[in-house]
Design a protein around this ligand. Structure first.
Ligand code: ADP
Length: 365
């Protein structure tokens, strides 16, 4: 019977690992060329092609740069023809799991102008809505349905941005339009590892509540100017929805979290021609993006020490990375030939992340 027990245990462990395997997934999305941009086969001789171009979704992407072909594959690749709906279909399951008590993080990573904000927030109009509004619609719709099965949910939203390693509350009452006078926040962890902060947290009961909060937040968001994009976002934007559910029939309780994160542009210094304030911004963006990848790699390797404290972003997300968490990173890329250097950096970064697994129990030898 000992053998049976051992086998059972192994099977259970194996199943747990299977369940948790691939808890960080990577989707790559290539935006279309914009009207004012040239051909993707530009003077530098760079082009992007899709081995599976018949379908708008596939798993690989080929990039030809100066006659050299680089191939990458991810959990999914969306080409320029993929609609907002095509993208959402692939993540709706993940979003849904926040209602089951999972801690979900969805990131958009990429250089400025690569389509991060379009992917996360989208544009006005039903077809153009991005992941944030679609996720919230789905969460509220599903929670209503689950009410008929005895579930009761309460939800709370918060929105913040991290700019130059300072956290700013985007929903603070009476927040001034002047960036300097906007409310700064501090975060700490309590002994249970939960985040304690002086951030404004607002109860939300339906999509209309969240829509008006998103409007307030986007007005408050600070945007800077670089040579690359007039409206480039130099801050990380973090939308958090906390979900508490209880079932009056079964007595079950769940605490889920949905974090939707539009990261600041990942471009390197030389290209954005940064000096002064812009230089400082770029340095702090690079610092926090590399802190994020260090955290992902440390968790994946099972390191004893995961350097969550190296940036505000990772410290904030610590309770949602690892354990019962699920993470997805969109790597947004531009088809422009002139962006090929940044595109290769983003694709390489994405490949390294794609090889990672979050939340896997440590292997004991
Ligand atoms: P980022 O947030 O990475 O700086 P944006 O999301 O602002 O980039 O995208 C840059 C421009 O490209 C915007 O005008 C946006 O509307 C457009 N764009 C990005 N992705 C798409 C897409 N998939 N389809 C159509 N337009 C897009």
């Amino acid at each position: 019977s000992q053998i049976v027990e051992g086998d059972e245990l192994r099977k259970k462990l194996h199943n747990t690992i299977l369940e948790l395997k691939g808890n960080i997934r990577v989707f790559c999305r290539v935006r279309p060329l914009l009207r004012f941009e040239g051909d993707s086969n530009g003077p530098e001789g760079a082009s992007i092609s899709f081995p599976t171009s018949v379908e708008s979704t596939g798993r690989s992407i080929d990039l030809i740069n100066q006659g050299q072909k680089l191939s990458f594959s991810y959990d999914k690749v969306f080409d320029h023809g993929a609609s907002q709906e095509d993208v959402f279909v692939e993540i709706s399951q993940l979003v849904q799991s926040a209602l089951d008590g999972y801690k979900v993080c969805i990131f958009a990573y990429g250089q400025t102008g690569s389509g991060k904000t379009y992917t996360m927030m989208g544009k006005p109009g039903n077809d153009q809505k991005g992941i944030i509004p679609r996720s919230l619609e789905q969460i509220f719709k599903t929670s209503r349905f689950l009410e008929s099965q005895g579930w009761n949910y309460s939800m709370q939203a918060s929105m913040l941005e991290i700019y130059n390693e300072t956290i700013r509350d985007l929903l603070a009452p009476g927040r001034s339009n002047s960036f300097e006078s906007s409310k700064q926040c501090t975060i700490k962890h309590d002994p249970h590892g939960n985040i304690v902060s002086d951030l404004t947290i607002i109860d939300v009961f339906g999509i209309a509540d969240v829509t008006s909060l998103l409007e307030k937040a986007s007005q408050s968001r600070s945007v800077g100017k670089t040579q690359m994009n007039e409206q480039s976002s130099r801050s990380h934007f973090v939308f958090t929805l906390k979900i508490s559910g209880s079932n009056e029939n079964t007595g079950q309780n769940v605490q889920g979290v949905l974090n939707l994160i539009d990261l600041a542009g990942s471009e390197r210094l030389a290209k954005s021609g940064s000096t002064g304030d812009r230089l400082k911004e770029t340095q702090s963006i690079n610092k926090s993006l590399s802190a994020l990848s260090d955290v992902i790699f440390a968790i994946a390797k099972g390191d004893d020490h995961v350097p969550f404290r190296n940036s505000k972003l990772t410290y904030l997300l610590q309770p949602c990375l690892g354990g019962d968490s699920k993470a997805l990173m969109f790597v947004n890329i531009s088809p422009e030939a002139s962006s090929v250097g940044e595109t290769i950096c983003s694709l390489r970064f994405a490949s390294r992340v794609n090889a990672c697994e979050i939340g896997i129990p440590r292997r004991h030898t």
